[in-house]
Design a binder for this molecule. Structure first.
Ligand code: MN
Length: 504
């Protein structure tokens, strides 16, 4: 039975969890019964693979079931009523969220990529919606060869520009790597092939020596009492190697982490001990020791990195971390702040965090209905509490700034009639929007239409408004405009223009 396959990846599921997943599985099979994918396989395969990815990411039974049902209304014969009746509000909320998100499309306007990413997050409302969407996209990318060539490119670009970076910021590295590599193949086939060739060649050259080296590392660590360790190596992603080659003048000899050795130990003290042992035995390359345990990356990544001369002429990057850090690095999200469900008074006053919290799984609100705490994996629950883990104020501010910059800022999303999205601070006017599209458009703004109706330039925009700017060649800024606009960018353009006029 297909559901058993999914259950096998779940983290100690309860009887109820299994029953739910089984029910969703049978339901999905039924509603997609007569539908086939472009590849000719049953549509059910798509939702099944999506759910399997979610189980591998250690999501709970509700999210997995929503993954199974995510296309049941759009591409199947189910109705909202029916899902509500059979599976309840929470699952319906997730299914609708995923469907809504699917309507947002990337149309290749590069300057708006960041807005689009933020928009996706704001629209998802619940982090689980975003994760289901990522799992859905993963399977769509794996079957992209069956899609019309002109569509392939658009979907691959969208994945590379929007979805893979989102997965990275949620620090689900495993997913972001896969999405990147799958899209790279379609976005730039020639470069893709070349990078693969290079990677293969380099791997053949390095791997035998690396395997020998792993043995000596284990021996050295065991001699100092570090016995309960795990080692493996990871191969750099194809797209990630390509990007790095670009920044290193295409010289593969300058890249030391194509194959990186990983050492996983039990606790933080052992991480530093292992680093000491390794540095005692092999000479490290100066300037390449990175302590991401004391200073985690903004997305929460923790590990010690060092690059050493192995003594047989090669140079290898070694990554040392606890097993727990390893798990978060592959699946986690912003894990250096731990989230406390029952609210911390200090956090209540912090509107930034509160905004962030709105985005956390709604399970917290739905919990009354299903009491299913496990729905949210610990790595998601580990978000917040700035006091304990982020030590210095500077670090704290840095982290919060990062969050704000990234996507937790209160911004409004406004659309052009073509569906491009522009994000603006709350309170911005139609004239701000004109300048945000392009300074030339701003300067020649004559009038504006908001949601299809003529509107004054000083009209304050609301989230989701569609705004059309009508320009005229002889329209020009007046000092009055300075009272209308809210953004600094628009003010700067207007002032520049007025100054120039004065000088003339
Ligand atoms: Mn789908």
């Amino acid at each position: 039975m297909p559901y058993e396959d999914i259950v096998s990846f779940m983290d100690s599921p309860s009887k109820e969890d299994i029953t739910l997943v089984k029910k969703a599985c049978l339901f999905a099979e039924e509603v997609h019964k007569d539908v086939k994918r472009k590849s000719g396989e049953p549509y059910f395969n798509h939702v099944f693979e999506t759910a399997k990815t979610l189980a591998q990411l250690k999501m709970g039974a509700v999210t997995i079931s929503a993954g199974l049902l995510h296309d049941s209304i759009e591409d199947g014969v189910a109705t909202e009523e029916c899902i509500r009746k059979e599976f309840g509000e929470e699952i319906l909320f997730l299914v609708n969220g995923v469907t809504k998100l699917g309507k947002v499309k990337y149309r290749g306007a590069e300057r708006h990529i960041e807005s689009l990413r933020k928009f996706m997050v704001a629209m998802a409302q619940d982090i689980r919606v975003l994760i289901i969407r990522l799992a859905d996209r993963l399977h769509n990318m794996k079957t992209l060869q069956y899609v019309r060539p002109d569509k392939q490119k658009r979907i691959a670009m969208e994945t590379l520009e929007i979805y893979a970076p989102l997965a990275y910021r949620l620090s689900i590295r495993k997913l972001s790597r896969e999405l990147e590599d799958l899209s790279f193949k379609y976005v730039d086939p020639k470069e893709y092939e070349e990078t693969i060739k290079l990677l293969k060649q380099k791997k053949e050259e390095t791997l035998p020596r690396l395997e020998k080296f792993i043995k000596s590392v284990k021996k050295a660590l065991a001699k100092e009492g570090l016995i309960n360790i795990a080692t493996d190596y990871r191969q750099k992603g194809i797209y990630s190697l390509h990007k790095k080659l670009d920044s290193k003048d295409n010289d593969i000899e300058k890249i030391y982490d194509i194959l990186a050795l990983r050492v996983m130990v039990d606790d933080v003290a052992e991480c530093y001990k292992a680093l000491g042992v390794i540095h005692g035995e092999w000479r490290p390359l100066p300037g390449r020791i990175k302590d991401y345990i004391a200073f985690p990356k903004p997305n929460g990544y923790k590990s010690l990195h060092t690059t050493i001369f192995t003594g047989d002429g090669s140079i290898v990057e070694v990554q040392i971390r606890t097993k727990e850090m390893h798990r978060s690095a592959e699946y986690g999200i912003a894990s250096h702040i731990s989230y406390k469900e029952n609210g911390n008074k200090n956090i209540k006053d912090n509107s930034d965090i509160n905004w962030f919290r709105q985005f956390l799984p709604k399970t917290i609100n739905f919990a009354k209905e299903n009491k299913n705490k496990k729905e949210v994996p610990t790595w998601i629950n580990e978000i917040v509490d700035s006091q304990e883990k982020i030590k210095t104020d500077q670090e704290k501010t840095g982290f919060m700034e990062g969050l704000k910059e990234d996507f937790f800022n209160r911004r409004f999303f406004i659309f052009t009639p073509k569906g491009e999205v522009v994000d603006l601070p709350a309170g911005s006017t139609a004239l701000d929007f004109a300048f945000a599209i392009h300074s030339d458009i701003g300067i020649h703004t004559n009038s504006a239409k908001v949601n299809g109706k003529m509107a004054a330039l000083k009209t304050e925009l609301k989230n989701g408004d569609i705004v059309e700017i009508v320009t005229k060649k002889d329209s020009k800024p007046t000092s009055k405009w300075l009272e209308i606009v809210k953004t600094n960018m628009a003010k700067r353009h207007i002032n520049n223009y007025l100054d120039k006029q004065k000088r003339k």
